[in-house]
Design a protein around this ligand. Structure first.
Ligand SMILES: [Zn+2]
Length: 159
């Protein structure tokens, strides 16, 4: 992945303000911080998103996310921490290398959950039941995900 911005950061070809590094993970300050201390935690190995990661690597990454979150809370004196992670362009993913945003949050900015970016939708009980059944069926088929499923069926919901 020679053209990948984050792979270049991992390789040290592009400078970044690194705050953490171990054998599998690095964390560095986001150059477009939502708040001071906004950090990106990424796997050193290239995965395009969470769905592509193998379970073991995903665990390592999220242990690091937890550690960074605690450090931001203590070090930046954040009142709260938002964790955000997008998969795919529809979700707003811009850099095609798995990354988790760890964002310090403060009461004085107005307590707002990141989910509130998307408006809530009214979904009737029958549709909710249907969606639940689709998900339960799909979950039963997901064991360890190490490779992206190339023949994923599109699931369409009517909202
Ligand atoms: Zn990459």
């Amino acid at each position: 992945m020679e053209e990948c911005l984050f792979c270049k950061i991992v390789a040290g070809q592009i400078p970044a303000e690194k705050v953490y590094e171990d054998s599998d993970v690095i964390a560095f300050l986001d150059i477009n911080p939502r708040n001071p201390g906004h950090t990106l935690v990424i796997p050193k190995k290239h995965f395009s998103d969470l769905l592509e990661m193998d379970d073991e690597y995903a665990m390592k990454l999220f242990v690091a996310v937890k550690r960074i979150a605690k450090a931001i809370k203590d070090g930046i004196k954040a009142d709260g921490i938002s964790i955000s992670q997008s998969n795919g362009r529809a979700a707003g993913q811009v850099v095609n290398h798995m990354h988790v945003h760890v964002i310090p949050r403060f009461f004085n900015e107005g307590p707002v959950g990141l989910e509130s970016i998307l408006p809530t939708k009214k979904i009737d009980q029958g549709s909710m039941k249907n969606i639940s059944n689709i998900l339960k069926e799909a979950i039963s088929k997901v064991s360890e995900v190490s490779k992206p499923a190339s023949e994923k069926k599109e699931m369409e919901f009517e909202f």
